[in-house]
Design a protein around this ligand. Structure first.
Ligand SMILES: [Zn+2]
Length: 423
């Protein structure tokens, strides 16, 4: 429940009027007292405290014993009682839209706090102004408009929504995420962030609140780019269950033996298994064809997840192999193509100057091989191209850089892959 009962002093009543007070009641949630940080009792009426400095005011909720309801005015030269609200409660809550399967992260940044602004002698609730200032908007189309100030950062199992406001101050809210929502988060690069103070958000959302929030102009929306921290991008135990990992690696090694005549030896197998679980140290120490064969096992392993159950290329599938020079690109391509005769995976080599036709197919392969610069150019093309390249843009799940130099040359583009390995 929003706070329906408040202790409000007569001066505040007169200054704000019934309309603004009603809006405050609908946008304040009594969780913790902003003086002592302890929770409000269930039936307790919180005291509304306002501090005003030059046409801007902070509103906060307190125990009546901690602070009396009042309106205090400060001159800009004197220091206000509160300069920050360290006890303020926030909540971020991700949910999936049922029809489009889009991920929306709703944030209530301030449950017990609101800000007011005086324009033309009238006060209005202005808590979300700082988010409007970074370009977030109230229209439903704003949900898909990319805002550079917004991002979703995946750090292992933890996901945070970040908003950098006009003053360069970064706000961050982290939240747990369910496996289906995580799948969507990994598969697409852009997701919607919504900021509202009209919902409590401490509980899981049962139904989609967006339509009502948009209609009431109670939410600000924008699209955020999803990025990964390096820690999140390590290959890991949980990518495959133990049994399938070992079985698939055995199977792929056998395919390599039959098609390339290369016996994947003990060391190479051990290197491939370790790499598939996040430790590429052994693989890095191998060289030449031994190394490529071992890396190929890992690439083929992750490429097995490239297709949807209907056999179509899926968002967030596929392996992008970034090789340092054309000779290694060719060698990788030849080896992968040979193995794919049995594995059935599709393999593509990025063209130096691709035609539009080549663009439309090359990223859809299960394994794509090229130099880092080519991946950068291809990604920029998909991002800025006029056609709908959404599937292409989000294809790569694993970026495999052959050598630290290739990783370095890939630069920032690598931050969009859920998984990265340097071998
Ligand atoms: Zn208190």
């Amino acid at each position: 429940m929003a706070v329906s009962r408040l202790l409000i002093d007569p001066s505040t009543q007169t200054r704000l009027g019934a309309e603004v007070l009603a809006e405050l009641r609908a946008n304040l949630w009594p969780v913790d007292c902003q003086t002592c940080g302890r929770p409000f009792g269930r039936w307790e009426k919180p005291a509304l405290a306002v501090q005003e400095v030059a046409n801007i005011a902070d509103v906060s909720l307190h125990h009546r014993g901690c602070r009396k309801p009042r309106w205090l005015e400060y001159s800009p030269a004197t220091e206000a009682e509160f300069s920050a609200f360290p006890h303020v409660t926030w909540r971020a809550n991700p949910f999936l839209l049922r029809i489009t399967n889009a991920l929306v992260v709703l944030i209530n940044p301030y449950l017990e706090y609101a800000s007011l602004r005086r324009d033309d002698a009238r006060w209005r609730v202005a808590t979300l102004d700082r988010f409007a200032a970074v370009g977030m908007g109230t229209d439903r189309f704003d949900a898909v408009i990319a805002r550079p100030a917004l991002s979703l950062v995946v750090d292992e199992d933890r996901v945070s929504a970040h908003i950098t406001d006009g003053a360069g101050k970064a706000h961050g809210w982290h939240f747990p995420i369910s496996p289906p929502a995580r799948e969507v988060l990994d598969a697409k690069e852009w997701h919607t962030i919504g900021v509202t103070t009209a919902l409590d958000l401490r509980k899981r959302l049962r139904k989609n609140p967006l339509r009502a929030l948009i209609a009431a102009r109670q939410v600000l929306l924008g699209a955020a780019r999803r990025t990964y921290t390096e820690r999140a991008q390590l290959l890991g135990d949980s990518d495959f269950d133990r049994k399938s990992r070992i079985e698939l690696i055995g199977l792929i090694s056998e395919m390599i033996r039959r098609t390339l005549g290369i016996q994947v030896g003990r060391d190479q197998l051990a290197a491939a298994v370790a790499c598939s679980m996040g430790d590429s140290g052994m693989l890095l120490r191998l060289s030449g064809r031994d190394k490529l064969a071992s890396a190929l096992v890992v690439a083929q392993l992750y490429a097995t997840r490239s297709r949807t159950s209907a056999g179509e290329p899926g968002h967030g599938g596929g392996v992008h192999v970034m090789a340092p020079d054309p000779a290694i690109v060719d060698e990788c391509f030849d080896m992968c193509t040979a193995v794919s005769e049995i594995s059935g995976l599709t393999v593509a080599r990025l063209a130096v100057e691709p035609t539009v036709e080549q663009r439309s197919t090359e990223y859809l392969a299960d394994i794509v091989i090229g130099m880092p610069e080519q991946f950068r150019a291809a990604y920029a093309f998909y991002r800025d191209g006029e056609d709908d390249w959404g599937l292409h843009e989000t294809r790569g799940r694993l970026a495999m850089a052959i050598g630290a130099e290739a990783r370095h040359r890939a630069g920032d583009v690598i931050r969009r892959y859920p998984k990265v390995t340097v071998v």
